[in-house]
Design a protein around this ligand. Sequence first.
Ligand SMILES: [Zn+2]
Length: 254
Amino acid sequence: MTLVLFIIFAAILGSFLASFIYRFTNKNILKESYVSKINIFTEPSFCSHCKTKIDWYHLIPVLSYLFLRGKAKCCGATISSRYFLTEILVISSFSLIFITNDSWALILLKSFISLTLIFIALIDYQYKIIPLNSLLILFILALILSATEGLLILPEVFVTIISGFLLLATRWLFFKLKGKEGLGLGDVILFPILTLMIPMTLVPILLLTASLLGIVEFFLSSKLKRDSEIAFGFHLAIASYLGLVNFYPILPLI
Ligand SMILES: [Zn+2]
């Protein structure tokens, strides 16, 4: 029963996130004229094609998309499967956190961190941008998790600061050697924030996992002849999520 209620909670947040990503990117990145004029937090749901207000019974997460067979009721335009997939992604990620964590405090905290990570990952994947506001929200949530897990101690914070400087140095070196940006400033800020949430022994594993995911994407995308720029923040977010569901073996702290 609790899991069912939690899945409904996840579906509502997933639906909110899907619509928020659409509004946020159209307003701040694509500068679309209609979305630029509205308040993206308070404007009721509207059809992205004809801008008609959507009735509440057509806004039920996951189910409405299936019932309407992916077609808008107002104008018949195809609804992007992105909304549906984002909802499914949030529901699955929340459910996995529910299964792998015991206390409600941890489950809720990690769920909101995962929601922020999904926002960062999806926007970074498509636009190669990590919005600063989302990094600030993630930083606050990471600090709370770090304190809850007893990780807000001097050696751990020291490793976080060092990892930030290491990434900054890597960014600088890449720029000197290649003459172009290889590592975005967003990634340089994102990585230290993520290290706050894990014991320092897992920091190299986090970096290694994200790099391996990046290499896999690089080979897949060069085969598909897409642009070869890698969204490192996207891979960091996935690697960090794996930590939230206790995927990494717990190494003894020496
Ligand atoms: Zn419409």
